[in-house]
Design a protein around this ligand. Structure first.
Ligand code: G3P
Length: 219
């Protein structure tokens, strides 16, 4: 399973690279707004800096801001020209679906975002989205089961051999990651702190303390 990091923060991306687990980056307008950048030029340069941080890792999703078809195409084309690693992130709307189809024909990779149902995921695959991003945590937030939605999408995609890759987003806890791997999805995108929760177990710490104490007692 691929590990993408869901952030626009260069330090966090670097931390994930240094940990050795990074396969790619996803951003969204809220994440971009958290960074110390203040105009379009700086945003564009920031995307380029993120892409330049990556070496063998896959790609960086950069989202359009408009929900108007013509504007989406203009923004998406501009984003895709910033760097070869850019994947254009498009929201799951009627215009978004048309835009994904447009980019598919132009061989520009897209990530269909804000997906909450299997029906939306079917549409994204039909028009040739490269990734589909179902939001697990936000589904859980309204008392539905985000992981069940992921399972259903995986099942549907397998039935029809859809090529769209599932990039599970809105990851909030380690179980989201573990369960996604059991379902066999292509990738998760998560904040680094959630990925790091996979590291810890109290018996690991207790065991390590004992090994070191026993060794030091004797030697
Ligand atoms: O990037 C989209 C998604 O991962 C957002 O996550 O935690 O804001 O629901 P969250």
């Amino acid at each position: 399973m691929k590990f993408f990091i869901d952030t626009a923060n260069l330090e966090e991306i670097n931390k994930a690279r240094l940990l050795g687990i990074l396969d790619g980056v996803t951003t969204n307008p809220s994440l971009i707004a958290r960074e110390s950048i203040f105009n379009q030029k700086e945003i564009d340069n920031h995307y380029i800096s993120i892409c330049n941080l990556l070496k063998n890792e896959e790609d960086v999703s950069a989202e359009v801001i408009s929900n108007n078809y013509t504007e989406m195409i203009r923004e998406g084309e501009k984003l895709s020209l910033l760097h070869p690693k850019i994947v254009v992130k498009i929201p799951m709307t009627e215009n978004g679906i048309k835009a994904i189809k447009y980019f598919y024909k132009k061989k520009i990779k897209t990530n269909c975002t804000l997906v909450f149902t299997p029906g939306q995921a079917i549409l994204a695959a039909k028009v040739g989205a490269y990734y589909v991003s179902p939001f697990i945590g936000r589904i859980d937030d309204i008392s539905y089961n985000g992981l069940n939605i992921i399972k259903e999408i995986k099942n549907i995609y397998d039935n029809y051999h859809f090529k769209t890759k599932i990039l599970a987003a809105s990851i909030r806890n380690p179980l989201h990651i573990i369960e996604c791997s059991k379902i066999g999805i292509f990738a998760i995108t998560s904040p680094i702190n959630v990925i790091k929760t996979l590291l810890y177990h109290p018996l690991t710490n207790i065991g390590l303390d004992k090994f070191i104490k026993d060794y030091n007692k004797k030697f």
